[in-house]
Design a protein around this ligand. Sequence first.
Ligand SMILES: Cc1cc2nc3c(=O)[nH]c(=O)nc-3n(C[C@H](O)[C@H](O)[C@H](O)COP(=O)(O)O)c2cc1C
Length: 321
Amino acid sequence: MKILGKIKRKLDVKKQLNNKSKEYENRFDECAFKGNKCSNFEQYEAVITRWYHTIEKGLAYVNFRAGFGKNNMDSLLETMDNYIKDGYDENAFFFQTSLSVIQKYIRKNAEFGVKVPTIEDRIKRLPGVANNYGGIIKFEPLDEKELQSLNYKDFICNRHSMRHFSSEPVDMEKLKAALKLAQYTPSACNRQGWSAVVVNDKKILAEVLKNQNGNEGFGQEFDKLLLLVADLSFFNHDRELFQPYIDGGMYAQSVLNALHFYHIAAVPLSASLTEQQEKHVRRLLSLNEAEVLIMFIGIGNYPDICQTTRSERRTPKYRIV
Ligand SMILES: Cc1cc2nc3c(=O)[nH]c(=O)nc-3n(C[C@H](O)[C@H](O)[C@H](O)COP(=O)(O)O)c2cc1C
């Protein structure tokens, strides 16, 4: 009888797990945007922000390539056209920011003697007024002492994703100190079910980056690459299907802040890979079965003058119930 009870409980847990993952999959399938097709305001906000961000990235490259990003610009303008056709608000912050990015794209290309008349024509036909929140920021990096004396608010606002680095290697001791600091990330029952793979071998680094979509034009400047992983062995089978990604995500933010604290320039890179890409990365870095990918971080040292995407933040969204 006892054995039967145990088996039943095991089957129940397995069923719950299946239901939970199936339910999430259905919800994701239903709600996530698909390509440039948008069926609600939030999807438009995401798709437009995503495309204008790629243009901001191009504007921030030190070796600016005039006329870059034609396809992305085309997707951006098409989505903005559809947004207006669907009757959404031209005064929405992200829409105005997107207009601002496109204007800056036109201006920057003109500085390089390249005209983009089709884009100019299309943006003229869009309603709305550009704000001044799109484009890039330029700054001189603070030194380590200055960084470490900032208050929390200034410290957080002073961190930026860097996509250009000096050729000086990252001091391994500093990196170790940053990883030690990031260990203070809170986690469910303090289990700390994460770890970092530090890719120091340049050949492996280059191979891994071939399987990541967002590092084109700057990945070759990384001194090292981190892959943050969560370890499924640390999580409870009956309820914690998503907990590895929650704890892992919190760890990822802590690592970014800790790198910043130790004056290591960094850019987070998505580890949402295709099946094939993930297979390659798993093989290249000898990940074990229990490890799931959370995020990559490209690191290096700051150049003398930094420029990066402005990546303006919208006002916080919250509701009180
Ligand atoms: C999970 C995650 C994935 C990201 N992936 C990429 C990427 O693949 N390529 C890239 O250049 N930036 C990537 N970023 C950096 C974002 O573009 C950046 O964090 C955002 O624009 C905010 O800018 P900030 O980091 O300078 O504040 C990623 C950030 C996160 C958190």
